[in-house]
Design a protein around this ligand. Structure first.
Ligand code: IMP
Ligand code: MG
Length: 370
């Protein structure tokens, strides 16, 4: 394990695998460009090690340039114009091999593609040491790929994290945080509270209920609690930022936890995005939104039943109950959509005995924890 700035990295691709990928790429290039005189263009900074290894292995005549992506403000009609800084030869009619350390989203490649076409090269091919197929969304063909990797952040062999790690001779990936973080949803009466309590014990997770966190902070007059209260007292909604900071503080209090069950949060897409970026900064993510699904009629009956003994006013009136249920669906539709798009939405049948429902929820969580 190594540490660069604030982040931990663990060994991922050993030197010998990198070199066998390089051997294969070099072999391919030697066969494509046998008897020709290609211009190798290394894209700095990341590609310096890879380019050097490839060029050493090239048998015929070749020329070498190193470039950096740059930009200058063009005329008002062209906006920012991308350039290749350091290119000191005419590429017109030449066969070019672009040497990239890594192709990720492909944004850089799209820029370079345009520049090379404008320079009227005869032909160009891209040879990249690392390629992230899940991240690549562009159409520019990447003909020669060394090692395909999942969408993870890597360093070493030329690649850096904020300037550090380029000198490492093997490749490391960001150390994974093996937490399981769930966002639990359920309409009123679905049994969410009961299940959250069971699941937190069963999986040793921390249950963060927004309501509880608010009450705790307000009662204890924490800075964030006082801030929240000042909005509540004015009859205003507590701004997302205050809510998020309160929950982040809660996560931070539980350093080393197995994971969290978020309950009552996020409520808006803005909150969901903020939660994502916060968890990402801690090397983890929301793994699933699990929603208990119960038909409206069943919910109404359950709540009316509960109202007979709970003494809760909002459980006694059918119109109020129906309104709470519809508020729930309006509110969660956006979030369901948000997590569905990321393949993270799990609907679980919420009708049955407490045990049966726990079993169904556990099936989802067990799969996530595999
Ligand atoms: P693009 O997203 O394909 O345009 O890649 C842009 C640049 O991001 C690459 O040239 C690298 O400098 C950097 N990059 C992308 N993925 C990684 C990574 O996993 N580690 C380090 N740098 C990366
Ligand atoms: Mg690069």
């Amino acid at each position: 394990m190594i540490k660069l700035h604030d982040l931990e990295f663990e060994p991922y691709i050993p030197e010998e695998n990198i070199f066998s990928a390089i051997d294969k790429i070099a072999e391919e290039l030697n066969s494509i460009y046998a008897g020709k005189r290609p211009v190798f263009i290394g894209v700095l900074n990341g590609s310096f090690m890879f380019a050097s290894e490839i060029i050493k292995r090239f048998n015929g005549d070749c020329e070498v340039s190193f470039v950096k992506m740059g930009s200058y403000e063009g005329t008002t009609t062209t906006g920012t114009v991308k350039t290749l800084v350091g290119l000191n030869q005419d590429l017109k009619g030449r066969e070019v091999v672009l040497l990239e350390d890594i192709v990720d989203t492909g944004n850089t490649l799209v820029e370079i593609d345009q520049i090379l076409k404008n320079a009227e090269v005869a032909d160009y091919k891209v040879a990249t040491l690392f390629f992230k197929p899940e991240a690549y969304k562009k159409k520019v063909p990447v003909q020669i790929k060394g090692i395909e990797i999942p969408n993870k952040f890597i360093v070493g062999f030329g690649l850096d994290y904020d300037g550090l790690g380029r000198n490492l001779t093997q490749v490391y990936k960001r150390k994974e945080n093996r937490m399981t973080n769930l966002v639990l949803f359920g309409p009123p009466g679905a049994g969410k509270g009961t299940q959250a309590t069971i699941l937190k014990d069963k999986y040793n997770l921390i249950h963060i209920s927004t309501g509880d966190v608010f009450r705790f902070n307000i009662k204890n007059k924490t800075e964030l609690g006082l801030s929240a209260k000042s909005f509540i007292d004015k009859g205003l909604l507590v701004p997302d930022e205050v809510t998020i900071n309160m929950l982040n503080a809660e996560v931070e209090k539980n350093e080393g936890a197995n994971g969290f069950i978020f309950d009552g949060f996020p409520r808006t897409e803005a909150q969901a995005l903020a939660l994502n970026s916060y968890l990402e900064s801690r090397g983890t993510e929301v793994h699933a939104m699990i929603a208990l699904e119960v038909e409206d009629e069943v919910l109404v009956q359950r709540l009316l039943e509960r109202g007979k003994t709970s003494g809760r006013k909002d459980d006694a009136d059918e119109a109020v109950i129906r309104n709470r249920i519809s508020v729930y669906y309006n509110e969660t539709a956006i979030l369901k959509n948000f997590y569905q798009k990321q393949d993270k939405y799990y609907g679980v049948d919420g009708v049955g005995s407490i045990n049966e429902i726990t079993e169904r929820l556990s099936a989802v969580i067990d799969e996530l924890m595999k």
